[in-house]
Design a protein around this ligand. Structure first.
Ligand SMILES: Nc1ncnc2c1ncn2[C@@H]1O[C@H](COP(=O)(O)OP(=O)(O)OP(=O)(O)O)[C@@H](O)[C@H]1O
Ligand SMILES: [Mg+2]
Length: 240
């Protein structure tokens, strides 16, 4: 069974009497263990697709199955449970709470899930260690006391703290310099090697080459869907 299965998915916006398709009749599957890059020109529907895959937005037509469960008819409450148990989100602009320590930012999803305080802090500390940050040191800093690359590490720690099967990342390296970009990509590759499925939007061809498969969008449709030849996969084998 696929982790995600999209069948004939469309998402549209009606404006001034005209129907505009942000995503049009997309069918594809994401299997457990994949590392997929989504590429394509600005406006081609990549972010819309991430919102649909992440169950943050609902389809207008078609069906999305997560672990075999059809999601189009689920209540908002059921969707949010499915999201919280299965998906970690990473964004270009980090989306961390200001004036809140890195450790507390990472613990937040656990507090929402009613995990007891002590256990939440322990798990948050472990997640920070996993992304290469010392909880006793950088963990105490607020986001504005951290570099961009460190902030994105904190965001990734928050994304993995619930041990999700899927990470959805929308241009996660879009605000980072090349060194921090390489570090984040190596981190994704090692999380993927441990079994986490990753779907990542990027504009940059060399970033896409770190994935195992590239899906290209154009005008809301899948224009190409191809594996990255393994000997060419950038940074393969690097561990963090
Ligand atoms: N709420 C909305 N109302 C109307 N049109 C929308 C809305 N949200 C997105 N769109 C349109 O849907 C299309 C796809 O948008 P989307 O954000 O998915 O593109 P993208 O591929 O992520 O682009 P970028 O690379 O610039 O981030 C765009 O043409 C956009 O204008
Ligand atoms: Mg986008």
């Amino acid at each position: 069974m696929s982790l995600l299965e999209l069948s004939h998915v469309s998402k549209w916006y009606d404006q001034a009497g005209e129907r505009f398709y942000a995503v049009r009749d997309v069918s594809l599957s994401i299997e457990a263990g994949e590392f997929v890059a989504i590429m394509g020109p600005s406006g081609s529907g990549k972010s819309t697709m991430m919102h649909l895959m992440g169950l943050l937005d609902t389809v207008d037509e078609g069906e999305i199955r997560m672990h075999g469960i059809p999601t189009s008819q689920l209540t908002e409450r059921a969707l949010s449970t499915l999201r919280n148990e299965n998906i970690g989100f990473v964004f270009q602009s980090f989306h961390l709470l200001p004036r809140t320590s890195a450790l507390e930012n990472v613990a937040l999803p656990l507090w929402y899930a009613k995990v007891p305080e002590r256990e939440a802090m322990e798990r948050a500390a472990k997640a920070l260690v996993r992304v290469g940050l010392n909880p006793e040191e950088k963990g105490r800093n607020a986001p504005n006391q951290l570099s961009g690359g460190q902030q994105q590490r904190v965001a990734i720690a928050r994304a993995i703290v619930n041990a999700p099967s899927l990470i959805l990342a929308d241009e996660p390296t879009g605000n980072l310099d090349s060194k921090a970009t390489d570090d984040i990509l190596a981190l994704f590759q090692s999380l993927n090697a441990e079994g986490t499925t990753i779907v990542m939007v990027t504009h940059e061809p060399h970033v896409g080459q770190h994935a195992k498969r590239i899906i290209r969008f154009r005008d809301g449709r899948v224009a190409a869907d191809e594996p990255v030849p393994q000997p060419l996969q950038a940074g393969a084998g690097v561990s963090v």
